[in-house]
Design a protein. Structure first.
Length: 419
C-alpha cells in the first residue's frame, strides 16, 4: 500500500472511529474528539501544544491550543467519552471474559501548580512523590493475546470531590458491569481484598477472582481461621512449570497448587481458596466465587485467569511510555480527568479498532511495518503499532483540514453537549 494512501486511510479511520464514539454529539464536540485522538496518535503526546501542532491549522498555534483547552475543560466530557467507548467495547465482553482492574499512578515529581496533586508511592524508587492515581479496566481472555481497554479514570485524594478509594473502585466496577450487563469475571490484585468490594460484588452477583492479603480470616468447616494458616495447610497435589518474561529475561517457576472450600465471615455464599506455591516464600492465595472442582484442569484454570493480569502490566507501561503520560502538563484537575478518558479511547483505537475488519488488519500490518525501533519490531506489538501510526501521521503532517467540512460550526460558542 502506498505510504500516502496508508496515511490517508489512517485519518479516515480516526474520523470514523471518533464519529462512532461521539454519535449524537454537537458538531463542535465531534470535531474536538477527532482532533484530540488524531493529535495524540500523531505526536504520541498528551501536550495540547503538540496536539495543536499536529493539526497544522492556518492560525496561530496559541489560538489552536486555546480552543483545544477550552473544549477539554467542558463539563461531562469524560463521562461522554467513556459512555461512547462502552457502546463500542462492551459487546466484546462475554461470560468468560476477564475484567482486569488495575490501580496505578502517574508521577509528577517536580510539579507544583497542578491542581489537587496527591502523594503517591513511587514503586520504582520506593519513595513518596507528587502525582495522581489511575484506575483502568482492561478485558482479556485466557490464552488469547487480545486486550480491550474498557475504562480509565484519574483521581486524587486531595480533590474536594474525593470521598474514598473504595467509592472510586466501586464506581469503576459499577459502570463497567452496567455496560457489560454483568458479564465477565473481575480480576483484582491484593488491592481488591477489602470487605467493601466483596460485599458489593456478592450483593450484585458479580463474579470475581481476587488475590488475598495474609491478614484476614476465612470460614473453613464452620470455623474462622487465619487465611495464611489455611494456605499453609492446604494440600497441593498438582505441579506446573511456567516461564515468565521479566525485564527482558525469562524466569522459570516450578509451582505446586491446590484448593479448598471457604466462605467470607458473615456471608453464606460458598467460595474457593486457590493456593499456589513457588512464586516466593509465602503462597499466592486467590479467592473466587467461580465454580471450582478438585480436578487439576479446574484449579489451574483459575490460576491461569489470575496470571493473565501480568499482561496488563505491560499494557500500562505501553500507555505510559508510548503517549508520555507522566509528562502531562494540564494544570486543572477536570482537564486531567477528561484527558485520561480520551487516552483510554486512543488506546482502544490502537489496540482494538484497527483490527476489527479484514481490510483494517491489512492496514494494521502496514502500520506496524513502519515502526522504526533500534532492534526492530518488539514482541509486544502495541508499541510498534503506536510508533507506526505516529510515523504515518507525523510523516505527512497535514492534519485533518480536508475533513473540516464534516464539522461546520453554526456558532463557535455552541455548548459542547445538547441540554
Amino acid at each position: 500500500m502506498h505510504y500516502a494512501k496508508t496515511a490517508s486511510k489512517l485519518r479516515e479511520q480516526i474520523i470514523k472511529f471518533s464519529g462512532e464514539l461521539s454519535a449524537g454529539w454537537p458538531k463542535v464536540a465531534r470535531r474536538f474528539l477527532a482532533e484530540a485522538i488524531y493529535g495524540i496518535q500523531a505526536r504520541q503526546s498528551l501536550h495540547l501544544t503538540e496536539i495543536a501542532r499536529a493539526l497544522g491549522e492556518k492560525i496561530s498555534l496559541k489560538k489552536t491550543q486555546y480552543r483545544l483547552s477550552r473544549q477539554l475543560g467542558r463539563d461531562d466530557l469524560g463521562r461522554r467519552v467513556i459512555k461512547g467507548l462502552f457502546d463500542l467495547a462492551a459487546p466484546r465482553v462475554e461470560k468468560k471474559t476477564l475484567l482486569i482492574l488495575d490501580i496505578s499512578d502517574i508521577k509528577k515529581k517536580y510539579a507544583r501548580k497542578m491542581e489537587h496533586l496527591a502523594r503517591i508511592r513511587d514503586g520504582s524508587e520506593k519513595t513518596l512523590a507528587n502525582g495522581y492515581w489511575i484506575i483502568q479496566v482492561i478485558a482479556a481472555e485466557v490464552g488469547k493475546t487480545s486486550l480491550v481497554p474498557l475504562y480509565g479514570s484519574l483521581y486524587s485524594q486531595r480533590s474536594p470531590y474525593f470521598q474514598s478509594e473504595n467509592l472510586e473502585l466501586r464506581g469503576a466496577i459499577s459502570k463497567v458491569s452496567q455496560a457489560t450487563e454483568k458479564k465477565g469475571t473481575w480480576v483484582i490484585d491484593r488491592g481488591g481484598d477489602r470487605d467493601y468490594l466483596f460485599d458489593y460484588m456478592l450483593d450484585n452477583k458479580l463474579s470475581f477472582l481476587v488475590r488475598m492479603k495474609k491478614n484476614r480470616d476465612l470460614i473453613y468447616r464452620a470455623k474462622a481461621h487465619p487465611i495464611l494458616e489455611l494456605a499453609m495447610t492446604c494440600p497441593l497435589p498438582y505441579a506446573e512449570r511456567i516461564v515468565k518474561e521479566e525485564k527482558g529475561k525469562e524466569t522459570i517457576y516450578d509451582l505446586r497448587f491446590g484448593a479448598r472450600p471457604v466462605k467470607l465471615p458473615g456471608r453464606s455464599k460458598p467460595l474457593t481458596l486457590v493456593v499456589v506455591r513457588g512464586f516466593g516464600q509465602e503462597p499466592m492465595m486467590l479467592l473466587t466465587d467461580l465454580r471450582v472442582t478438585k480436578s487439576r484442569k479446574s484449579i489451574w484454570g483459575i490460576i491461569e485467569s489470575y496470571l493473565t493480569r501480568w499482561r496488563i502490566e505491560e499494557t500500562i507501561r505501553f500507555l505510559k511510555q508510548s503517549y508520555q503520560v507522566e509528562d502531562i502538563r494540564l494544570l486543572t484537575y477536570h482537564r486531567l480527568q477528561n484527558m485520561m478518558a480520551i487516552l483510554t479511547v486512543v488506546a482502544f483505537f490502537a489496540m482494538v479498532y484497527l483490527g476489527l475488519k479484514t481490510k483494517l488488519r491489512v492496514l494494521s500490518r502496514h502500520v506496524m511495518g513502519a515502526a522504526k525501533r533500534l532492534f526492530g519490531i518488539p514482541d509486544f506489538h502495541f508499541y510498534a503499532l503506536a510508533d507506526g501510526i505516529r510515523e504515518f501521521l507525523f510523516g505527512r503532517n497535514s492534519g485533518l483540514q480536508r475533513f473540516h467540512h464534516q464539522w461546520i460550526e453554526e456558532n463557535n460558542q455552541l455548548p459542547l453537549f445538547d441540554p
